[in-house]
Ligand binder design. Structure first.
Ligand SMILES: CC(C)(COP(=O)(O)OP(=O)(O)OC[C@H]1O[C@@H](n2cnc3c(N)ncnc32)[C@H](O)[C@@H]1OP(=O)(O)O)[C@@H](O)C(=O)NCCC(=O)NCCS
Length: 345
């Protein structure tokens, strides 16, 4: 083999005696509610300013569900768009995974509600909870089923109605979050590597940096728990910020190391859209050029598990990412959890 014929990257899955199949994203889709909540709107709710929110976070506006619109509705819209792009019908879907921290109800799973709404009668369905890292966790799990030939077609969704758990009286958090959903159809595509590798990590010791105290078995809803505002998310902003930058850098570097590539080979870095300063700090540490970083958080804020899924859809739709390009997804969330994935588009 001449040096010019050297492979562009190493597929870490293609080990000796590798009998599995590769797993590609056959189509992506996203959906955000139509109601826009701007920084100016928030100035009327809490003591804040467009200037503070813009300089500290990069967020200008976010989308908010209507009162009768739920996570399963957002997920269904995004799923139908991804299915159309992948040219997949509901009866082809073997499995639905919904990554969310805002399910319609504690049970049944939102994935089951989506299964019914799209008419995917053959599909198994479950929810996955890894907070803002959920979409990469779900991609990795789905890939295992495709590689092992257990399933042929899997629908992975990240969907959140975060407006339902945000404390609209807490200016430290309410300016950061929004609602939305992104979906992907995963299938084997011959002659394509698809999802090359996915790194996942967690640190439960830091669970109290970002959490919702009420609503689970530890603190079921009571008049007191509601009055104490325990059913809203709580966050230590500064510590979360520091941990996010470090974990995202380490995960991204590990994913690229496994593929034997450096950042110059990546066409598009799609980071979790939580804060512009986190994105820039991670980009700088990875040595990425500003034009490699995909950013849409000015429009949507932090949509947790939906964040990179929506961004991936927009990167593809805008032509930023084309077939054969390498994409680096990198995420961070409550748990703590984090992850990174390299995908050949
Ligand atoms: C939340 C975050 C934007 C705050 O930015 P920061 O630079 O750390 O700001 P600080 O915590 O130093 O707060 C500075 C001041 O602004 C105030 N402040 C907080 N929110 C404000 C708001 N919306 N408007 C105006 N002032 C605000 C604080 O009360 C504080 O005032 P003080 O100095 O009088 O106490 C930032 O820490 C962050 O993005 N953290 C990560 C959050 C995240 O991504 N979470 C999800 C992970 S998946």
């Amino acid at each position: 083999m001449t040096s010019s014929a050297k492979p562009k990257f190493r597929n870490p899955r293609a080990k000796f005696n590798f009998q599995g199949r590769t797993c590609s994203i056959a189509g992506v889709g996203s959906y955000v509610p139509s109601k826009v909540l701007t920084n100016a709107d928030l100035e009327k709710k809490v003591e804040t300013s467009d200037e503070w929110i813009t300089t500290r976070t990069g967020i200008k506006e976010r989308r908010i569900c209507a009162a009768n619109e739920f996570t399963s509705d957002l997920a269904t819209h995004a799923a139908l768009r991804a299915m159309e792009k992948a040219q997949v019908t509901a009866d082809q879907i073997d499995l639905i995974i919904v990554a969310t921290i805002t399910p319609d109800m504690p049970f049944p799973s939102t994935a089951c509600l989506v299964q019914h709404k799209i008419g995917a009668r053959r599909a198994a369905a479950f929810d996955l909870e890894a907070a803002c890292s959920g979409f990469i966790y779900a991609l990795e799990i789905a890939q295992q089923f495709i590689m092992s030939r257990t399933y042929d077609t899997i629908l992975v969704i990240g969907a959140e109605k975060l407006s339902s758990i945000v404390d609209w009286e807490d200016r430290n958090t309410c300016v950061l979050f929004g609602d939305g959903a992104g979906a992907a159809i995963l299938q084997n595509r011959p002659n394509s590597h698809g999802l090359l590798t996915a790194v996942m990590g967690a640190d439960g010791e830091k669970a109290d940096l970002l959490f919702m105290p009420g609503g689970g078995s530890r603190c079921p809803a009571t008049a007191e728990s509601v009055a104490s505002r325990l059913h809203f998310l709580r966050m230590e902003g500064k510590e979360t910020f520091k941990n996010a930058v470090q974990a995202m850098q380490i995960a991204a570097e590990e994913a690229m190391r496994r593929c034997e590539i450096d950042i110059s080979r990546i066409k598009c870095v799609i980071p979790h859209q939580a804060n512009r300063r986190i994105i820039d700090a991670v980009g700088e540490r990875l040595g990425a050029k500003p034009e490699q970083l995909f950013v849409n958080l000015h429009k949507y804020g932090n949509t947790s598990a939906a964040s990179v899924a929506i961004a991936l859809d927009e990167a593809v739709e805008s032509g930023t990412v084309k077939q054969g390009d390498l994409i680096l997804l990198v995420v961070f969330g409550a748990g703590l959890t984090w992850g990174a994935a390299v995908i050949e588009w």
